[in-house]
Design a protein around this ligand. Structure first.
Ligand SMILES: Nc1nc2c(ncn2[C@@H]2O[C@H](COP(=O)(O)OP(=O)(O)OP(=O)(O)O)[C@@H](O)[C@H]2O)c(=O)[nH]1
Ligand SMILES: [Mg+2]
Length: 363
């Protein structure tokens, strides 16, 4: 059976609305991949959670000695972790790969990020896994990764959530190994649909796998045309704002937070986002008004309703401590607590599951 070289699905010429359809079997890409590749136009084919887990279980059961490269996105570390997968692969050889390091400002030392990731996994089942920091477009980081991959003769599987960059990394490794990259990469979810085997060298096989679309990313409530703000190639911009108590900060129309302090202070907030996200500071009691007035101009969720709130309270004992609050898919804010206070994030769509997490500062 001939497979699409973009997504790995078996090609077929009979049912036009089913995966793998193409006009003629001589084609290398299925119609869906052809359209993404040439017109950046998506035909949705979501992978369900059960199929995704079953894929990984199959590998664990059928392959005696696999190596798993567990890929995470540095821009959304918490959101791209998948505990159910970590449990499944814990007894196998696992390498944790932190991708998209190119997004982190150049001034940040990689050793700091490595330390953070090591600590993040220290109490998990993957505590002993090796950690690689990399980026698909960065030769300097891809070459050492290629050297590791070329030394292993077991099957090497690239696994992880949709859009963490599994296919992009495999293409980058192929390129660095003087092969022509051919797997489809895109900012849409579920670009890869089946396992894709790539022979890098004699006896060296790497395997791309489909990821699962996580519904915890803010991308899930956005129009697909706006996903360029979540999946992008430019270094993150760090903005610093001083906020008085009872002020609010907007991330375009996708989210905003309010800052309420027990005492009258001004507090610095460092914000890390795609530099095209419009940041706007206003008074807390003007926030709803600002949103209503400007929503035509702002990037907003697909549907808007009364919204959902996430509260973070800081006590006296937190004063002087530094934190990040990260919004899956959108970025994070960093601050040192100066007073007893409450920071409340608002996403203008209720019943959604965007992951907003409080963490130690990542950089
Ligand atoms: N900034 C940055 N973006 C990346 C990097 N690698 C991949 N991307 C982007 O991330 C998005 C997803 O890339 P893919 O390679 O298709 O991701 P995947 O993990 O194979 O996704 P599925 O096939 O859906 O499971 C695309 O928009 C890529 O351009 C990277 O190293 N840095
Ligand atoms: Mg892929």
């Amino acid at each position: 059976m001939k497979k699409c070289i973009g997504c790995g699905i078996c090609l077929q010429t009979t049912i036009s609305n089913k995966p793998g359809f193409t006009n003629k079997l001589e084609n290398d890409y299925c119609l869906r991949c052809f359209r993404i590749k040439n017109y950046n136009d998506l035909i949705d084919q979501e992978l369900d959670q059960e199929t995704f887990i079953a894929n990984i279980k199959n590998i664990v059961h059928n392959d005696k000695d696999p190596i798993f490269y567990y890929i995470l996105d540095i821009f959304d570390l918490e959101g791209t972790r998948m505990l159910e997968i970590e449990n499944l692969i814990a007894n196998k050889t696992v390498v944790i790969v932190i991708n998209k390091i190119d997004l982190i400002p150049k001034s940040v030392k990689l050793s700091k990020i490595r330390k953070y990731v090591t600590k993040m996994f220290a109490s998990s089942k993957l505590a002993n896994a090796k950690i690689i920091l990399t980026a698909s477009d960065n030769q300097k980081l891809i070459l050492p990764f290629l050297n590791i991959v070329l030394k292993s003769f077991q099957n090497q599987y690239f696994i992880g959530a949709s859009n963490v960059g599994k296919s992009s990394l495999i293409n980058a490794l192929m390129k660095a190994n003087n092969l022509v990259p051919k797997i489809l990469e895109s900012r849409y979810f579920n670009t890869t649909l089946e396992l894709i085997d790539i022979n890098l060298d004699s006896g060296v096989k790497i395997i791309d796998t489909p990821g699962i679309a996580r519904n915890n990313s803010i991308a899930h409530i956005m129009n697909q045309k706006d996903w360029q703000y979540c999946y992008f190639k430019k270094e993150l911009r760090q903005y610093t704002f001083q906020l008085n108590s009872e002020q609010a900060m907007f991330f375009s129309g996708l989210a905003w937070f309010t800052f309420i302090s027990e005492t009258k202070i001004r507090q610095n907030f460092h914000i890390y986002v795609n530099k095209e996200i419009l940041l706007h500071r206003t008074k807390q009691n003007n926030a709803a008004n600002y949103f209503t007035k400007n929503k035509e101009l702002l990037i907003t969720p697909t549907v808007i309703d009364e919204g959902q709130e996430y509260h973070f309270k800081f006590e006296k004992s937190d004063i002087g401590k530094e934190f990040d609050i990260s919004i899956s898919g959108l970025g994070w804010i960093n601050f040192i607590v100066q007073s007893e206070q409450e920071i409340t994030f608002i996403i203008p769509l209720k019943n959604q599951k965007t992951l907003i997490s409080l963490r130690e500062p990542i950089i």
